[in-house]
Ligand binder design. Structure first.
Ligand SMILES: Nc1ncnc2c1ncn2[C@@H]1O[C@H](COP(=O)(O)OP(=O)(O)OP(=O)(O)O)[C@@H](O)[C@H]1O
Length: 235
């Protein structure tokens, strides 16, 4: 047991049916750390996040949060215990308002006012648009709403899947600020899956490259990181 690490993966393998997509991944992420996991398309990044969240069975290995094994636990239990998830797709109730999309994530309406205040702090535009249907927001606004919803629940560990995909630079900048701010204020531990290396390296303390389901390279975020990551991501 190692409580110095908030999220620890030891030799984790998982996949779909008989096919392992993630092969023996070990990662140890400290409390309050922002860790970027990068890699080309189809290398297993989303599969790894879904495995941590309990959507996919761990074939081999162990996953721990705060030194306690969570391997085999159900997604609802993990999310209730403080693992937040920002998926790559846009899981919003398109016909419901921003307010109702946020409200449905809470256990009780009692928490709504304070939760909304937190959300406005991250993305102020939400306050003026509370009654707008989520489906009528732009792609970037929907991404911010999903991130706001995840942050509103005050996760201890937040797993984020390619949140910057297709977004204009100013929105990516807002998201980077929200993540830094949440980590600063609440000590949130963040595992960020990304293809946008400039965004990833602008917020991450450390990074790793996933290639064909295994960690190919890993480092603290330093002066040589950009060139090193680029080498791994080039076609
Ligand atoms: N439900 C599924 N059933 C079978 N194979 C799948 C399933 N989902 C993903 N895969 C396969 O697993 C491999 C890894 O996919 P994954 O989505 O984890 O990659 P990724 O690194 O997140 O890629 P991207 O950056 O394109 O999102 C791919 O070959 C993909 O086709």
């Amino acid at each position: 047991m190692d409580e110095a690490f908030k999220l620890k993966l030891s030799g984790v393998s998982s996949g779909y049916g008989a096919v392992d997509v993630v092969n023996g991944v070990s990662l140890a992420i400290r409390s309050g750390e922002i860790f970027a996991l990068m890699g080309k398309n189809g290398m297993g990044k989303t599969t790894l996040l879904k495995t941590i969240l309990g959507f996919l069975r761990v074939g081999e290995g162990k996953i721990e949060v705060d030194g306690t094994a969570i391997t085999g636990r159900k997604p609802a239990e993990l999310i209730a215990s403080g693992i937040g998830y920002v998926p790559q797709e846009l899981p919003l109730f398109q016909d419901l308002s921003i307010r109702d999309n946020l409200r449905l994530a809470l256990k009780s309406d009692r928490d709504l006012a304070s939760a909304l205040d937190r959300v406005y702090g991250y993305f102020p535009f939400l306050e003026d648009r509370l009654a707008q249907k989520a489906g009528t927001l732009s792609g970037g606004e929907q991404k911010m709403l999903i991130l706001a919803r995840a942050l509103m629940l005050r996760p201890k560990v937040l797993l984020i899947d390619e949140v910057s995909e297709g977004l204009q630079p100013s929105v990516v900048h807002n998201i980077a600020n929200a993540l830094r701010d949440d980590r600063e204020k609440r000590g949130t531990t963040i595992l960020l899956v990304e293809q946008n290396l400039d965004f990833a390296l602008s917020v991450a303390d450390r990074w790793a490259i996933l290639k064909l389901g295994t960690i190919e390279d890993e480092s603290s975020n330093g002066l040589d990181s950009r060139g090193r990551v680029l080498q791994h991501l080039k076609i």
